[in-house]
Design a protein around this ligand. Sequence first.
Ligand SMILES: Nc1ncnc2c1ncn2[C@@H]1O[C@H](COP(=O)(O)OP(=O)(O)OP(=O)(O)O)[C@@H](O)[C@H]1O
Ligand SMILES: [Mg+2]
Length: 467
Amino acid sequence: MMRVPQRERARILIVEDDPVQAEALSAVLAAGEREILVAADGETGLSLARAGVELIVADYMLPGMNGVQMVRRLREEKLATPVLIVSGEATVAVAVEAMKAGVLDFVQKPFDVDFFRVRVAQALELGRTAQELEVLRRKLQRRGKPELIVGVSPAIAQVRYLIESVARTDVDVALYGETGTGKELAAREVHEYSQRAGGSFVVVDCAAIPELLLENELFGHEAGAYTGADRKAAGLLAEADGGTVFIDEIGDMPLPLQSKLLRFLQTKEFRRVGGSRQTRVDVRVVAATNRELETEVARGRFRQDLFYRINVFPIRLPPLRDRREDVPLLAHHFLRGVASGKDVGRPIEGFTPEALAALAAHDWPGNVRQLENVVRRLVVMTEGPRIGVSECHAVLGEPTATVSPAGTIEPFHQARAEVLARFERAYLGSLLQATGDNVAEAARRAGLDRKNLWLKLKRHGIARARL
Ligand SMILES: Nc1ncnc2c1ncn2[C@@H]1O[C@H](COP(=O)(O)OP(=O)(O)OP(=O)(O)O)[C@@H](O)[C@H]1O
Ligand SMILES: [Mg+2]
């Protein structure tokens, strides 16, 4: 089901460089639950508008760009926010120019306060109706396609709200979050809810494509661009024309390519490798990373200008341990997915309450993806109709009760050695996975002596590492 993203409080943005006038307008507009924001120039106004406002009241004469130019920029970014322009020098030509640019109403100064209030109320109402229509239109468009993002936590509701709001515009999106938090899923949702849903969704994974090939993949190449390039390739950007390109792990993009990407984002044009002609494509860019880009910028590994360019609309995907209330829903969601698969010939009804509690208490370093894998393994392990707590503990590698309720007591040292061994195996396994089987790096990150780590790996028979 699609929710109507709507705030209780209407947010009105005033763009006015004269502080006295801005104050006067705020006083006229303030009423009830309204929230009033003020920007002193068009550029600031635009960035506040991108974050979502219900109405903009702008002066015509502004430093930098004027009110009408600001509206043009808004509409270019597909932001449909209604705008009232207030102006002292209202020539007919200016009013016509304003209407053409998509200004809803043009109010001449000085104005009658009551008259102005009515215009504002009308504009807000119109904006609300337009938004409702838009939501209905999208719903029709999405009919049959279920919502992908599962979750009821406030954190996930906020993510959904941001996705639905930004999808209505053409603004580029930056997704942040740990591994497995659902960044790719969120990117797909932005695409599905947007006007580009009919176009293609193309994934460029900067971490998976070797550095030397990345430029080629992204921008394509001309025939004969290099040895072996016997045919021309359009590239992924061209493939995404009219749709959305998802640039995954953008933090891993090499610096020289970052400059080329920035140029593309600014001009919407690029040159194929070995080519001289500029190609123009119409794509929305959604970028994702599990790194902190600010830190990468400070370390000189990510271009600051590219960071500002892609960080227009950031969305943070919360880690699963910060929204434990979603664990039961997600577990059921994945169980349905597995249980409907052909590989398990047995019906599994669900989880026992204790099992769900154990799952919710886990820390989920691998987030939703890890939960999905755990559910798969649980289905294979479970004999009865319901998944129980002991299966959960076994799969999660968490200590099982060593003093059983039946009264059998394992000797303390033996019990401790077993729990420790289990912990070590789980720890070393994920350590190697995180470091790509590189023992030197693994030792450094784990704070272990390399030889010591090597001995532990040997003892547990974990030998796939590059020693
Ligand atoms: N809220 C959610 N509801 C349902 N499924 C989810 C949700 N979040 C993530 N998933 C599922 O979890 C898996 C991991 O999600 P996804 O690939 O989008 O993560 P990611 O953030 O891109 O991870 P990585 O950084 O490792 O690439 C996918 O199978 C996805 O469908
Ligand atoms: Mg991903």
